[in-house]
Design a protein around this ligand. Structure first.
Ligand code: PMP
Ligand code: GLN
Length: 394
């Protein structure tokens, strides 16, 4: 029989699903896959529930409900002083994942080069390759996760169609500073390229940092597609409501990719997210503030039992270096085996960071880092720390 597609055939199940299944199997506390253990605002959920009964329940407009497109445009203005026309600059998608797929499918011609930054969020590589891209990668190295000018310059060429930038960055917890963003903008302009900006954690920055969309830098408003997700902003990851902001000439082909991928997104959820986006500043402050408390709590707990913690400036993920612990427990330094053993023996699940690198081609993928999700209630984090402490001492 003829072979099925070579990119998807044999591709492993995502690490998030794999680790969540393992956590369920072993009754472990799941600090692996990134999702909060408390649902987002009740009023948003109540509104969606009422609309599911009262309607609308038929196809909404393909670009998204006007109310949500207006709310996304307004949020761009309110948070970043970006001027967006809801009619031509905003597209609603079924989550950021669909948005990423649409953007890549709309921009890429077979053979175009796309730059990805490692560690990379898991869907980037197969989606880019399936769109026909030749992927070039640059690497951020912990603990600083600094973007290296020479490395980035070397990755760009006249064939570069786009760079995919995740800021704040999952799994690194890194927030790109203005100098790094200026470097990206300079190279995008120089090589006449585009930037697909995955900004799903745009409202989850800590220690008084503010999010700077690449799109706000000089000339970038014509070259950036900026992606957000209600899943992260409202702690409703199962809803899969995403949105793209971008210049009309770029968004037009992206909308055509969307039209034949999902076409639309459930209207009740869209209307409720539109309502949510208009929430007062205190909502956004408390989202980041509560997560900062949780970050500090888990960070201190893990550090006290021997994990070497790497600073986290945004997202809800902490990365820990396990090298010293592995030596202490006389285990090989192998993040995959460590996460498996930790789930089975300690009853706590995390994600191996090696899963965020391009597989196969490189022998130097780091194997000493694991990622913990801290968007959980404090007693849950405490129980995880207690279990890990017992496991490490035992
Ligand atoms: N990008 C990043 C960096 C993510 O962490 C996630 C996970 N939520 C997504 C995209 C996908 O978002 P969504 O669930 O809205 O598809
Ligand atoms: N974004 C989530 C994470 O990084 C996972 C989302 C998913 O499972 N697709 O853990």
């Amino acid at each position: 029989m003829k072979p099925t597609n070579s990119i998807y055939t044999g591709l492993p199940t995502t690490i998030f699903e794999t680790m969540s299944r393992l956590a369920i199997q072993h009754g472990a506390i799941n600090l692996g896959q990134g999702f909060p253990d408390e649902d987002g605002p009740l009023d948003i959920r109540q509104m969606a529930a009422e609309l599911l009964i009262d309607g609308p329940n038929q196809y909404p407009p393909m670009l998204g409900l006007p109310a949500l497109r207006e709310a996304v445009a307004e949020a761009n203005r309110r948070f970043y002083q970006l001027d967006m026309d809801p009619a031509t600059n905003i597209l609603v998608t079924s989550g950021a994942t669909e948005a990423l797929s649409d953007c890549l499918n709309a921009l890429i011609e077979p053979g175009d080069e796309v730059i990805l930054i490692e560690p990379l969020y898991d869907c980037y590589l197969p989606l880019a390759e399936r769109a026909g891209a030749h992927v070039k990668s640059v690497r951020l190295v912990p603990p600083g996760w600094k973007l290296d000018r020479a490395e980035l310059e070397a990755a760009f060429s006249d064939k570069t169609k786009a760079i995919l930038l995740n800021n704040p960055h999952n799994p690194a917890g890194k927030v790109f500073d203005r100098a790094e963003l200026e470097l990206i903008a300079e190279l995008v302009t120089k090589h006449d390229a585009y930037a697909i900006c995955d900004e799903v954690y745009e409202h989850i920055l800590f220690d008084d940092r503010t999010h700077i969309p690449l799109m706000t830098l000089d000339g970038m408003d014509q070259r950036c597609l900026r992606i957000g997700s209600a899943g992260k902003t409202f702690s409703l990851t199962g809803w899969k409501v995403g949105y793209i902001s971008g210049p009309a000439q770029l968004l037009d082909p992206v909308a055509k990719a969307h039209q034949f991928t999902t076409f639309t997104t459930p209207p009740a959820l869209q209307a409720a997210v539109a309502f949510g986006l208009a929430k007062e500043d205190t909502y956004y402050r408390s989202l980041a503030g509560e997560l900062q408390t949780k970050r500090d709590h888990l960070n201190a707990g893990l550090a006290a039992i021997g994990f070497a913690m790497i600073p986290c400036a945004g997202t809800y993920f902490l990365t820990a270096d396990i090298a010293a612990l592995c030596r202490h427990k006389q285990l090989p330094i192998d993040d995959v085996a460590f996460c498996q053993a930790m789930t089975e023996q300690a009853g706590v699940t995390a994600v191996p960071v090696s899963a965020f690198y391009r597989p196969g081609q490189q022998s130097d993928i780091p194997s000493q880092f694991v990622r913990f999700c801290f968007s959980k209630q404090i007693p849950v984090l405490d129980e995880a720390i207690a279990r890990l402490s017992k496991w490490i001492k035992g």
